[in-house]
Ligand binder design. Structure first.
Ligand SMILES: *[C@@H]1O[C@H](CO)[C@@H](O)[C@H](O)[C@H]1NC(C)=O
Ligand SMILES: *[C@@H]1O[C@H](CO)[C@@H](O)[C@H](O)[C@H]1NC(C)=O
Ligand SMILES: *[C@@H]1O[C@H](CO)[C@@H](O)[C@H](O)[C@H]1NC(C)=O
Length: 430
């Protein structure tokens, strides 16, 4: 048989122009930090990698006091990681209590190269443990912030064990330094607590005590603002926090997503001279992006009508969860759930589909980016395929959960997000 001729065009172009020939969609730049078929735990030195009553190992102290004894067992399959954060040689990994059998919601792994590390409860010794945590964040003052939703979010058996609260740990002492219960006026109804899935911290090294936090409410469409100095919080409602019905029905892993999730992620620019920042935000079910000056969030006004900038539309299938800002390149990076991809957009360019670029895509390793974080010069993602868990079944013999990292400048080089001056000619091969 005559071999099929290989496509010589990339080599020919390279020869003719001496330029970089790039694949349009590049996932080779992803570096795997960890991957798991199933989540296991190391609790007080005892490995949990199979369904068990955890009390056999004397570890029930890791459960929140409010949890009934019947809840204190381990069902490995039900442990789906959803949020993460990185601090020095640790990655925090959260497992919100959306099913029975989750021994610990707030955990860490050591970044020591172990391919599938067991989760260890954080902090190691603590009686007052959070009930359920989604996406925690580290600030520049060595603190770990999170919302404890207080909710046992098992379908048809939802139980609000405690009021939702902001919890802060000091990462240098591993001690809890704040538990602030949200006010009833911050919450719309009993659905609200399950929608408090992220927190964005607005702090500067000069003013650790003056920090603010912005909490999304994707369930009842709001934003909750918290002032650390004043120990006060307030709620803002706006139409830009609500999902867009025209953006429903995208698919992930073959499943049609009809969740009506509103405000999902808020990313902050670098501060201006006056300390204010631009807050970029979007609902999950939307292809638009909005912004507002953080000064307008700090004023305790509930009405931000007229203060919101609709930035434009990212384009078809750009529905995204978490996003974060890389200040050196002025680029936002998005966990694009509708295309198993990471998107970029340079905020100094108009927001329109031509300026929004798929910089990594992988239909096995980027299926549902559940959390995304810019850390220094890198973007990190946690992937969990949650639509498979919700609508069908994960295969416990395959890799189901991943953490990857990638260099931001490598990802965006030569794309519309790269506005640096070296305008090299790039040839895109589909
Ligand atoms: C449980 O752990 C505590 C503290 O580590 C220890 O003092 C106690 O003896 C243990 N109990 C059992 C039954 O192992
Ligand atoms: C909570 O409020 C939202 C409106 O923001 C409403 O759509 C929903 O039905 C309410 N849920 C309950 C359980 O009352
Ligand atoms: C999404 O699906 C529902 C149910 O099939 C349908 O009624 C609705 O029109 C669809 N919306 C879009 C934007 O495709």
């Amino acid at each position: 048989m005559i071999p099929r001729p290989v496509n010589m065009w990339p080599a020919i172009f390279m020869f003719m122009f001496g330029v970089c020939v790039c694949q349009k969609v590049n996932s080779r730049k992803l570096i795997e930090v960890a991957s798991w078929k199933q989540i296991s735990y190391n609790i007080y030195g005892v490995l949990y990698d199979t369904d068990a009553y955890t009390r056999r190992a004397n570890s029930s102290t890791f459960y929140p006091q409010d949890l009934e004894d019947s809840e204190k067992f381990f069902i490995q399959y039900n442990n789906v990681p959803i949020g993460f954060e990185v601090y020095n040689n640790k990655a925090f990994v959260t497992v919100p209590r959306r099913r029975h059998g989750i021994p610990s919601t707030l955990n860490y792994i050591l970044l020591d190269g172990t391919p599938s590390p067991p989760l260890r409860p954080y902090p190691h010794h603590q009686c007052d443990r959070p009930v359920s945590v989604y996406r925690p964040r580290v600030d520049c003052c060595h603190r770990l912030w999170m919302v404890d939703t207080g909710l046992l979010e098992v379908p048809n058996e939802r139980k609000q064990l405690r009021p939702p609260a902001i919890v802060i740990f000091d990462l240098r002492t591993n001690k809890q330094i704040l538990r602030y219960e949200l006010k009833s006026t911050d919450l719309v109804n009993e659905s609200t607590s399950g929608g408090l899935t992220s927190i964005t911290v607005d702090a500067s090294p000069q003013s650790c005590n003056g920090a603010y936090a912005y909490i999304n409410d994707l369930a009842t469409n709001g934003l909750i603002v918290f002032s650390l100095k004043e120990r006060d919080s307030w709620r803002i409602d706006h139409t830009s926090f609500v999902h867009d019905p025209a953006a429903l029905n995208f698919t992930v892993a073959g499943h049609t997503i009809n969740w009506r999730d509103g405000l999902f992620s808020l990313a902050l620019s670098e501060p201006r001279a006056d300390g204010s920042r631009t807050a970029y935000y979007h609902p999950l079910v939307s292809t638009q992006e909005f912004s507002i000056n953080t000064e307008n969030l700090k004023k305790k006004t509930k009405d931000i009508e007229g203060l919101v900038t609709p930035l434009g539309d990212r384009g078809f299938l750009t529905q995204s969860g978490s996003h974060d800002y890389h200040a050196p390149t002025k680029t936002l990076l998005f966990g694009n759930v509708a295309q198993d991809a990471i998107l970029c957009w340079n905020v100094e360019t108009p927001l329109k589909p031509e300026n929004v670029v798929v910089v990594a895509q992988n239909h096995e390793k980027l299926v549902y980016i559940s959390d995304l974080k810019v850390i220094g010069e890198e973007v990190w993602v946690l992937v969990n395929q949650i639509p498979r868990f919700v609508y069908s079944r994960l295969d416990p013999d395959e890799d189901n959960y991943f953490i990857h990292r990638s260099n931001v400048r490598d990802l965006i080089r030569g794309t519309a997000c790269d506005t640096s001056n070296n305008n090299i000619l790039i040839i895109i091969i589909d």
